[in-house]
Design a protein around this ligand. Structure first.
Ligand SMILES: [Mn+2]
Length: 426
């Protein structure tokens, strides 16, 4: 299934009048306040967010999984789904593959398909959190941190294999998320587990092509509930530093204990030139994997405020890999991803409106009230007409969710793939 340019133009017709009215009003106001609207629009248009190959089907919990029907059952169909979202939103121009769930059968065909849909291959993700049916050793008691050398070697080799697969597709980064840890006190020796992990990561790093990055994700708990080997940004930063310049930390919004100051973590990592990537989602309690911006939109804005500041002021920090890492348990995955993309772009646009010079002046004057007024002034601006305009400029639709529904995309997919096709993934 593909959405044509004619369908997009047809859909847009009805909304163009009111969009123009709203956009002109906002653009005038922003211009009067000294903003360069064209520059903001071009930053929004360039901001592309990768969709992980595991997020296109129904997610689930350990209690159950409820299908949405017509799910993509092959890598090609997953890329087609991203193509559908991208054609509407114009902000999902990349896919992040999970190996071994999505190993390409025909590399050229997969590359051509992605290219035809304007989709790039972002970071590739390794998986040593579960056993594969043909693997010799089990990861039950850890992978890169395991006390058995053979198990570590198998896990290292898997990561090297993932790099090789990504290399054939044009990826430039490997993301390592390590589930290793322990469920009970005394189960592991903390020092041995960290040391083994460090040595294993160094071995993987040796297999990294020159122009690649290794992104090290952290998480405080789950699936292990007493300790996690890479539990926080400090541990990730320490491991990345030991590996070398191409190793960087990856922040997943859901991988923090409640009320962690994630914007501060982002800021410090960028100061140190060690923030490599970002996984977007939202949560109330832990790694809930909910739609970005659905619970704490102000926190998302504050994080973007630091990202925007860092991208402008920290040349020591490399370009970032952006990805949505969410699980779709009750919403249609494609609609949910569209909502996340919108929330991310909205937070980014608002952060671009923060008057950095005025904020600095207010900080120097210790004018705490003014500091808050500046941040909240940007946050309270309804930037949706900017998002609409950025999408329209690139050939997308005014309202992606409404278009998805009015084009009846899900039923089209069910017709094409059958009701009971199921995606691999979480
Ligand atoms: Mn993640």
């Amino acid at each position: 299934m593909k959405i044509t340019t004619e369908q997009i133009q047809d859909f847009n017709k009805a909304g163009l009048g009111s969009h123009k009215e709203n956009f002109d009003f906002l653009a005038n106001k922003l211009t009067q306040n000294g903003h360069n609207v064209e520059a903001i629009l071009s930053k929004l248009a360039d901001f592309q967010i990768a969709i992980p190959s595991w997020a296109l089907g129904a997610g689930g919990t350990r209690f159950g999984r409820f299908s949405f029907y017509g799910e993509p059952s092959s890598l090609e169909q997953k890329i087609e789904d991203i193509g559908l979202i991208h054609s509407l939103t114009q902000t999902a121009g990349a896919v992040s593959l999970h190996i071994p769930w999505d190993v390409p059968q025909d590399y050229n065909a997969v590359k051509e398909l992605a290219q035809s849909l304007d989709i790039k291959f972002d970071a590739v993700n390794s998986n040593t959190f579960q056993d594969q049916k043909d693997s010799k050793y089990s990861y039950k008691y850890g992978s890169l941190s395991n006390i058995e050398k053979e198990v570590r070697e198998q896990a290292i080799q898997h990561n090297i294999d993932v790099i090789n697969i990504g290399n054939k597709l044009g990826s430039k980064a490997l993301t390592v998320w390590l589930a290793d840890g322990s469920c009970f006190p005394g189960q592991n020796n903390f020092q041995a587990a960290l040391q083994n992990t460090q040595d294993s990561l160094k071995d993987i790093y040796k297999g990294l092509p020159e122009d690649w990055k290794m992104l090290i994700e952290y998480k405080p708990y789950e699936p292990n509930f007493y300790s996690t080997v890479i539990q926080d940004w400090g541990t990730s930063y320490m491991l990345a530093n030991e590996c070398g310049e191409k190793a960087l930390s990856l922040v997943d919004l859901g991988h923090h204990l409640p009320n962690s100051n994630i914007e501060q973590i982002v800021s410090i990592l960028m100061l140190k030139g060690k923030l490599g990537g970002f996984h977007f989602n939202d949560s109330k309690y832990g790694d809930d994997d909910l739609t970005a911006g659905s619970i704490k939109p102000y926190a998302l804005f504050l994080i973007f405020n630091e990202l925007v500041y860092g991208m402008a002021n920290n040349p020591q920090n490399p370009d970032l890999a952006w990805m949505i890492d969410a699980s779709h348990n009750v919403k249609d995955p494609l609609e949910d991803l569209i909502q996340s993309l919108e929330a991310i772009q909205e937070a980014f646009a608002k952060a671009l409106l923060v008057d950095q010079a005025a904020l600095k002046a207010a900080q120097l004057a210790h004018d705490v009230i003014k500091c808050q007024e500046i941040l909240q002034g940007a946050y309270r601006t309804d930037v949706r007409p900017l998002l609409e305009k950025a999408r329209l400029n690139r050939g997308g639709v005014i309202s992606p969710i409404n278009a998805f529904r009015s084009l009846d995309v899900r039923n089209g997919l069910i017709k094409e793939r059958g009701r009971n096709s199921v995606a691999t993934g979480l």
